[in-house]
Design a protein. Structure first.
Length: 326
């Protein structure tokens, strides 16, 4: 049972997949187990198509394509289309060709293993190849990746998978559904009466426990998606240097940004997560960029100052969270 305001109105479960925490909440408790089974199958398919860390994934196979067109599954083609669209709409601040840059800063395996490795890395400023070098032909079902370019879908794939899963489960079960993958949260179907209560926080933690550090807030979400990206939660040390996973495509290095976390609500979780990542990369101009795009957002500075843009959702005092975006 989640932390719903009214007992028995929702049911929830949590487990791990795609290297992160999966949370599923439904408004019809007897359907939780069947929905969870469908979700597990969906995420297994996504992992087989999009994982950068599995040598047998479709995405990994593109590393050795040597610039030749490669036929890909409809699932990977859709994931790539979402990633390329995010690159276009963020003016390249989110770019799927950061794979080699991620490897170079030490994020070359599952994050739990990255944290255990303290080998020094050589940080070199080098612009990533750029998303326009990738050719996706949806009609032919092929993708062409230049020799030496390694793709990473980390800024879009989990959020897109959450969107897709929520829509599939809501249509199949006929109830309201919340799917959160590492805090990338998508909802579909009829929501609870007061909306889905989602806590926005700096550091990932149990939904029923208040965060031990950093400011947080609970917001009401009735549709679409909510995502948070930050430089504090997913960090590691290499050779005495603290690094994080938000890479600036212009330098190929962890972005230098005044923000600790940025949260965005959008029509889809994929749009929300692309916007949060892009805003961190844009740095001091993030608030203006988000405002001009009409995206409701919450920005937390490194000093803990909280700034919101117009339209950021609010929730009644005392509401308990059913999900989290961290």
């Amino acid at each position: 049972m989640s932390g719903a305001r009214h007992p028995r109105t929702t049911a929830a479960t949590e487990w791990r997949a795609l290297g992160t925490t999966v949370r599923l909440v439904v408004t019809d408790p007897p359907l939780l187990d069947s929905c969870n089974l469908l979700l597990a199958r969906h995420l297994a398919d996504v992992d087989a198509a999009c994982s950068r860390f599995r040598t047998d994934s479709e995405l990994a196979a593109l590393d050795t394509s040597e610039g030749r067109p490669v036929r890909v599954s409809p699932l990977l083609a859709e994931a790539l289309e979402v990633a390329l669209h995010a690159a276009e709409t963020t003016d390249g601040a989110v770019d799927p060709t950061v794979g080699s840059a991620m490897d170079a800063i030490g994020y070359d395996r599952d994050f739990t293993l990255v944290q255990e490795d303290d080998r020094p890395v050589r940080l070199t400023v080098r612009r990533v190849p750029g998303w326009r070098t990738v050719r996706l032909d949806r009609a032919a079902g092929t993708v062409t990746v230049p020799t030496g370019v390694r793709l990473d879908l980390g800024a879009t794939a989990k959020a897109w998978a959450a969107d897709k899963a929520a829509a599939i489960l809501a249509a199949t079960a006929g109830c309201g559904v919340l799917v959160s993958l590492g805090g990338d949260t998508a909802v579909a179907g009829k929501p609870p009466a007061d909306g889905w209560q989602v806590r926005v926080q700096d550091v990932t933690g149990p939904v029923d426990d208040s965060p031990a550090e950093g400011p947080y807030a609970t917001v009401g979400l009735h549709s679409g998606g909510l995502a948070t990206s930050g430089t504090a939660a997913r960090t590691w040390s290499r050779g005495g240097r603290t690094l994080h996973h938000i890479v600036d495509p212009g330098t190929g290095l962890p972005a230098r940004t005044p923000w600790r976390t940025i949260s965005v609500a959008a029509p889809t979780c994929a749009e929300a997560n692309a916007a949060t990542t892009a805003a961190l990369v844009k740095g001091a101009g993030a608030e203006h960029w988000l405002t001009t795009r009409g995206l409701p957002a919450r920005l937390v500075s490194r000093e803990g100052l909280v700034i919101t843009t117009p339209g950021w959702p609010v929730t009644p005092t005392g509401a308990r969270p059913q999900g989290r975006a961290a």
